[in-house]
Design a protein around this ligand. Structure first.
Ligand code: SF4
Length: 381
């Protein structure tokens, strides 16, 4: 198990990360899409070989949690059988590609992503968290999702290559998009970007051939939960679903052909019809006004050894009583949300600190609260 990554790296299936609840195995399905058979196979493996808990990250990756060390290789073989990971660990590490989730077969997003996946071996070795966004639909929609090199729509029929942190991008000629993307990744390494770690922190002037002149088109809103042209979009509370609940949904709805992963913990069920079982529930949110969509909560204690308080059950009870954004964090690290929230609860030595318009760990308004005191404070008893 000596190949398991340490903190600060970006884990993937071949390099899982040890978390408080066992190994965390990240899966990046090609094109962010799993067929019905792949979903059921993944859920079965997550139940047999892990804790049965599955996360969909803010960057639209899947994470199988609680995998036992002795079961990891069996899980890898299962993921290979289902075509969900690359047999080459180096290629898998480079396939950090976020795809605009509403792509259509044969469109620019689909075409460019397929070409990039076929040419992963041409990429240089990049820092672990560096990734790509292929956002070439009618308008870009991955604005908040982290990515270092972005191919985006600039105007009808025109695409740009944009380095993260720059407002403008380089116009692309048809069929040269991946050449340019690989070229910019090589320039990043050759110009010392590996030291900076991320494109947004690398302030070297772009090469002459990549002169940034053109802004992206206006971004369109993220996919919202509820009816969707492909079927239905479901939001996962806190980005988590149990393999049991996902299996139950797919088995109950034979119209589901595939599931696409989207940023902000969204799954789009490709079905073409209204789904009977996919209604608002503890497992799936379909109501775009649900207070849980305004709520962030990390896994907290006991799953995370750094957390000293329970987080998600309290967040569920509190959310309907909070105006604005709620963040319940197991400790001051604030993994679930980097930005301030209107109401922030931070675990500290088994109690909660309460702050307003703050990040976890900010100077609190009240300290040392228990859950009952917090619920009473917001009239949630
Ligand atoms: S915020 Fe703290 S308790 Fe929550 S997941 Fe991160 S390290 Fe763990």
């Amino acid at each position: 198990m000596s190949t398991f990554v340490v903190k600060g790296w970006c884990p993937d299936a071949w390099r899982p990360m040890m978390a408080g609840d066992g190994l965390l195995v990240r899966v990046r399905p090609p094109l962010g899409r799993l067929t019905r058979a792949q979903v059921l196979g993944l859920c079965d493996a997550a139940t047999r070989l892990g804790s049965g808990r599955i996360d969909v990250t803010s960057r639209a990756n899947l994470q199988i949690r609680g995998v036992r060390e002795g079961s990891w290789r069996t899980l890898i073989d299962t993921l290979l059988d289902f075509g969900l990971i690359d047999p080459d660990p180096t290629r898998e590490a480079r396939a950090n590609i976020l795809v605009a989730p509403e792509w259509q077969a044969g469109d620019d997003t689909h075409r460019i992503t397929e070409e990039l996946r076929a040419r992963l071996s041409e990429l240089p070795d990049l820092p672990g968290k560096v990734g790509f966004a292929i956002d070439a639909g009618v308008a870009p929609q991955l604005q908040d999702a982290p990515a270092d090199f972005r191919i985006e729509r600039a105007a009808p029929g025109r695409l740009i290559l944009r380095a993260d942190g720059r407002k403008l991008g380089t116009p692309l000629s048809p069929s040269t998009e991946v050449d340019r993307l690989i070229g910019l990744a090589r320039w990043f390494v050759e110009s010392g970007g590996t030291v900076s770690g991320r494109m947004a922190r690398h302030d070297a002037p772009l090469p002459d051939w990549a002169a940034a002149t053109t802004p992206p088109a206006a971004f369109v809103p993220h996919v919202q939960p509820g009816p969707h042209p492909l079927g239905v979009a479901l939001s996962l509370p806190f980005g988590r679903v149990s393999a049991t609940a996902l299996t139950r949904l797919v088995e109950a709805e034979i119209a589901i052909e595939a599931i696409r992963l989207a940023p902000r913990h969204i799954m789009i069920c490709e079905a073409g019809v209204q789904l009977v079982s996919a209604s608002d529930s503890a497992d799936f949110i379909t109501d775009p006004s649900s207070p849980l969509l305004r709520t962030d909560a990390c896994v907290g204690a006991p799953a995370c050894p750094q957390g000293s308080v329970e987080t998600r059950a309290l967040a569920r009870r509190l959310a309907p009583h909070i105006t604005g954004r709620l963040h319940v964090s197991g400790c001051a690290k604030g993994c679930a949300r980097a930005a301030p929230a209107d109401v922030t609860l931070t675990g500290r030595e088994g109690r909660y600190d309460l702050a307003f318009d703050a990040r976890p760990g900010a100077p609190p308004y009240r300290t040392g609260l228990d859950a009952a005191q917090i619920l009473a404070q917001f009239g949630a008893t």
